[in-house]
Design a protein around this ligand. Structure first.
Ligand SMILES: Nc1ncnc2c1ncn2[C@@H]1O[C@H](COP(=O)(O)OP(=O)(O)O)[C@@H](O)[C@H]1O
Ligand SMILES: [Mg+2]
Length: 433
C-alpha cells in the first residue's frame, strides 16, 4: 500500500518538472556553496571545552571544598548559585572529573553521582530522584512497582553504606526540583549521614534561581549551605573569549565577519552574560548564513537569529520564575484575554486588552487560594509586576482614571501566538493541569 502511494507521488512529481527543477537548482547551489561550519557540535551546550575561560577562581573554590574527599574525609555540602549559562554545570563537572581520575589512579574509594533534576520523568519528584540515585548505585528498581518512599530510603541507606567510601551527590537544577516537589527531599537527604556507618555523603546543589533557598526548610537550608558559591554573569569581553575559542573549532577559516562575535557578545551582556545563549545565537546565525547561501556570517545574521530566538528566551524566563511570579504572570494573561462576540455572525473570538492591577490581584487571590498557596499582599504583587516589567514580560502605563484615582494598565508585549504556549507552560508548572 505504502509502496503504491510512493509510486503515485513519484509519478506526480515527474509530471511537474518545473517544481523539481527549482529544488534541483537549490540543492545544487547548496552543494556548491562554501560550507560555513567545520564542526557544528562544538557549539552545542553539552560539548566539553578543553579550556574553561575566566572561571579559575570558582574552579579553585569548588576544588578546595571537595578535595578532602581524596583524603577520605567528608567535604562540606555546597550550594552553587548563579544565573543560567554562567558555567556552573561545566565547572562542577570539570572539577569532579579531575577528582574521579585521581581517585581511580590512586584507588581512593570515591563515588560521584550527578543528577539533573530538570530532566522530566527522570528526576522531577522525590520518588523518581530516589530511583535514579539507586540506579547510579547499581540498584535497579521498577518505577511502576509502587514502593513507598520509606522503603526507597531504606534501600538507599543500604546501597550507600555498601562499602567504606565518600559519596558526592550533585543535584543540578535543584530549583526546578524544589518548585515541583517541594523541599522534603532536601530535608531527608541532608539527614542521611547519621544513618551511615561506613560511608559519608556530601551534597552539591546547583541552582539558577537565586531566591529558591528562601523557600526551603531552615534546617535543610543551613545544612546544604555549609559552603556557598555564587557564579557571577560573564561580561561582554568574557563572552567574546569563550566564543572565540569555540568559533575557531566550529567554523571554517575566515567565514566569520569580524564584527560577528563582538555583536553576539554585546547582545548577551545586554541581559545577563549567558554563555549558553551566546553559543546558541552564534550557531543559529551560522545556520541562517548557510541557508542564505552566504559566503560569510555577517552581523545581520546575528540580528536575525536574535529576533528568532526571542521566543525561546521568553519561554526560558517564564519557566525559571519563582512560583509566586508565575501565579501573577498567569493572572495577568488570563485577565488580559477577553472573549468578544461578533454581533452579526454571533461568532466568539479572543481579544487581548490591557488589564489592571486590581483585576490581576482579584484573579491571583482566587487562584492562590485554589492552589492552597500563600497569598501575598497587594503591595507585594505590585512589586512583582514591576519586576516582570524589568524582565520584559509585560509593560505598563499609569493613568488617572477619573474618580477612581490612578490605575496601572498592564499590557503583554508578546506576539499573540505565544500566549497559549506561555499559558500551557505556566499551567503545567503550577500544576493546574
Ligand atoms: N568559562 C567558560 N568557558 C568555556 N565555555 C563555557 C564557559 N562557561 C560556560 N561555557 C559554555 O556555556 C554553556 C553553558 O554553561 P553551563 O555550565 O551549562 O551553565 P549553567 O550550568 O550555569 O547554566 C556550556 O556549553 C558551556 O560549555
Ligand atoms: Mg547548569
Amino acid at each position: 500500500m505504502e509502496k503504491d502511494l510512493l509510486a503515485d507521488y513519484n509519478e506526480d512529481y515527474n509530471k511537474k518538472p518545473e517544481c523539481s527543477d527549482d529544488l534541483d537548482d537549490f540543492f545544487e547551489e547548496f552543494m556548491d556553496s562554501q560550507p560555513i561550519f567545520k564542526d557544528k557540535s562544538v557549539l552545542q551546550s553539552n560539548y566539553l571545552p578543553a579550556k574553561i575561560q575566566h572561571r579559575e577562581v570558582y574552579l579553585k573554590e569548588i576544588a578546595k571544598i571537595l578535595a578532602p574527599a581524596l583524603r577520605k574525609e567528608r567535604p562540606s555540602n555546597i550550594i552553587i548559585y548563579g544565573k543560567t549559562g554562567t558555567g556552573k554545570t561545566l565547572c562542577t563537572s570539570y572539577v569532579l572529573n579531575k577528582m574521579t581520575n585521581i581517585a581511580t589512579a590512586k584507588s581512593i574509594p570515591l563515588k560521584i553521582i550527578s543528577i539533573n533534576c530538570k530532566l522530566k520523568r527522570v528526576a522531577d519528584t522525590e520518588y523518581r530522584i530516589l530511583l535514579e540515585i539507586l540506579k547510579e548505585l547499581g540498584v535497579e528498581k521498577k518505577a511502576s512497582t509502587g514502593y513507598s518512599t520509606n522503603e526507597l530510603y531504606k534501600d538507599l541507606y543500604v546501597a550507600l553504606d555498601d562499602q567504606k567510601r565518600n559519596i558526592i551527590l550533585v543535584l543540578d537544577e535543584i530549583d526546578s526540583l524544589i518548585k515541583k516537589a517541594g523541599d522534603e527531599i532536601l530535608y531527608n537527604l541532608t539527614r542521611i549521614n547519621p544513618e551511615l556507618k561506613k560511608s559519608e555523603i556530601t551534597l552539591v546543589g546547583i541552582t539558577n534561581d537565586l531566591t529558591i533557598m528562601d523557600t526551603v526548610d531552615a534546617r535543610a537550608k543551613s545544612s546544604l549551605n555549609e559552603e556557598e558559591i555564587v557564579f557571577h554573569p560573564y561580561d561582554a569581553m568574557m563572552i567574546q573569549d569563550i566564543l572565540n575559542d569555540r568559533a575557531e573549532l566550529a567554523f571554517q577559516p575566515n567565514v566569520l565577519d569580524e564584527a560577528v562575535i563582538p555583536k553576539c557578545a554585546a547582545y548577551m551582556a545586554r541581559e545577563h552574560g549567558d554563555a549558553r545563549r551566546a553559543l546558541e545565537l552564534l550557531r543559529f546565525a551560522g545556520e541562517l548564513a548557510e541557508r542564505d547561501g552566504a559566503d560569510k556570517v555577517r552581523p545581520e545574521h546575528i540580528d536575525n537569529a536574535d529576533k528568532r530566538t526571542e521566543r525561546n528566551r521568553i519561554l526560558d524566563i517564564i519557566k525559571s520564575q519563582p512560583k509566586q511570579f508565575q501565579l501573577v504572570n498567569y493572572s495577568i494573561i488570563k485577565t488580559s484575554l477577553k472573549e468578544k462576540v461578533n454581533v452579526v455572525t454571533n461568532k466568539k473570538s479572543q481579544i487581548v486588552e490591557p488589564t489592571t492591577t486590581g483585576a490581576v490581584y482579584d484573579y491571583y487571590n482566587k487562584l492562590a487560594k485554589d492552589l492552597r498557596m500563600p497569598t501575598l499582599s497587594l503591595r507585594r504583587i505590585s512589586d512583582i509586576i514591576i519586576e516582570l516589567e524589568v524582565s520584559g514580560l509585560i509593560t505598563f502605563k499609569i493613568l488617572s482614571k477619573g474618580r477612581y484615582g490612578r490605575t496601572r494598565f498592564i499590557s503583554i508585549p508578546l506576539p499573540k501566538t505565544l500566549y497559549t504556549e506561555v499559558l500551557n507552560i505556566l499551567a503545567e508548572d503550577l500544576n493546574l493541569v
